[in-house]
Write a protein that binds this ligand. Structure first.
Ligand code: ADP
Length: 326
């Protein structure tokens, strides 16, 4: 196994608050350990086109508090092809990069695994997604910030919902995972969450109505996870209009504002710990793993596991939400 002297770092897929804190941590930690760092722009696209620049400590100054990613992010079709990945490898070699740090979601880690298999390039992944849908880590970079952003909006919607005695469906992101929806519903004191994990099990709208909608309340907020499986907030609003026309129903789709903003303390600390752990992993000779945190301990999860397994929703949380919304 050859020694790693120069690392390349990129952010890929959907952006998430805290990615900058992760870029900073990886860069500074690598420099601290005597490694050279190169920033790769626009995810795998920059690797394919050679959009790469040397990073010194100053390049990551004053970014820990910024949302988004200074390296930009993109989705790259070419990297899905063997020819594209060959170009990426050639650019890596040209730049003298001998290991890759990839910050992104499920798709980005799948790409890293494919690349590492074909070219024997050491890759380390950091879980960066607001959806929290990566197996092997309790939390992903960006999730806590998005959750708090949603909460802020829900609190505001509650004011108008209560004043007008309305039923609100609030649609949140999650990409086929209900973590944001379920936990924002608990934290926002909402009446229910409609999540993809249960979409085929029960009629979640029926459950909500059956469990005493408006028995003792003058407003209700139901969080709906955006997903083909749930059908989204509009679908439920339509259903209520048709099936329960006595209710005054409104929809709010939070959309991209959930991705932005300054990362919370939790996400900055998580990103800093994971960034440092990624360099430790490389120096220890770890290859093709995602660094995560489980029970407050750093863990290394092979890409194959992180990608293959689904992170399950804790069913106790569903009970907590239901029991507290009486
Ligand atoms: P996320 O990382 O947020 O899940 P995507 O699923 O869009 O985002 O993946 C980001 C990028 O990772 C894709 O645009 C592509 O370049 C790369 N990628 C994803 N899946 C693969 C794959 N099977 N093979 C090669 N590259 C992939």
């Amino acid at each position: 196994m050859s020694e790693v002297k120069c690392i390349g770092i990129l952010t890929s897929g959907g952006d998430a608050p805290g990615m900058n804190a992760a870029i900073r941590a990886v860069t500074r930690s690598a420099i601290y350990h005597g490694l050279q760092v190169k920033g790769i722009y626009r995810g795998y696209k920059g690797l394919v086109t050679g959009e790469i620049k040397e990073f010194k400590s100053q390049n990551v100054s004053n970014i820990i508090q910024q949302g988004g990613t200074i390296l930009k992010t993109a989705r790259c079709k070419e990297f899905r092809t063997p020819e594209g990945r060959k170009l990426a490898y050639e650019n890596m070699k040209k730049e003298g990069i001998d290991a890759l740090i990839v910050i992104g979601g499920d798709g980005s880690l799948t790409g890293a695994l494919q690349f590492a298999k074909e070219f024997d390039v050491p890759c380390i992944g950091l879980p960066g997604t607001i959806d929290n849908d990566l197996y092997g880590t309790d939390s992903t970079i960006g999730y806590d910030t998005a959750l708090n952003t949603i909460l802020d909006c829900v609190d505001k919607i509650r004011d108008t919902a209560t004043s007008h005695e309305r039923l609100f469906f609030v649609e949140v992101m999650g990409r086929d995972a209900g973590f944001l929806a379920l936990n924002s519903a608990i934290a926002g004191g909402c009446e229910a969450a409609i999540i993809p994990e249960f979409a085929t099990e029960v009629d979640q709208l029926e459950e909500f109505i059956k469990n005493g909608f408006r028995k003792s309340k003058n407003s209700s907020i139901v969080i709906v996870a955006e997903s083909e499986l749930t059908g989204g907030a509009m679908h439920y609003a339509e259903r209520v209009k048709n099936e329960y026309p006595q209710y005054d129903v409104r929809v709010t789709i939070l959309g991209h504002l959930q991705r932005g903003g300054s990362p919370t303390a939790h996400d900055r600390i998580l990103a800093s710990r994971l960034g440092a752990a990624a360099i430790d992993a490389l120096l220890e000779g770890q290859r093709n793993v995602m660094v995560g945190i489980k029970n407050d301990q750093v863990v290394y999860v092979p890409f194959s596991r992180a990608i293959k397994y689904e992170k399950n929703i804790d069913r106790q949380l569903v009970d907590v939400l239901r029991n507290l919304s009486i």
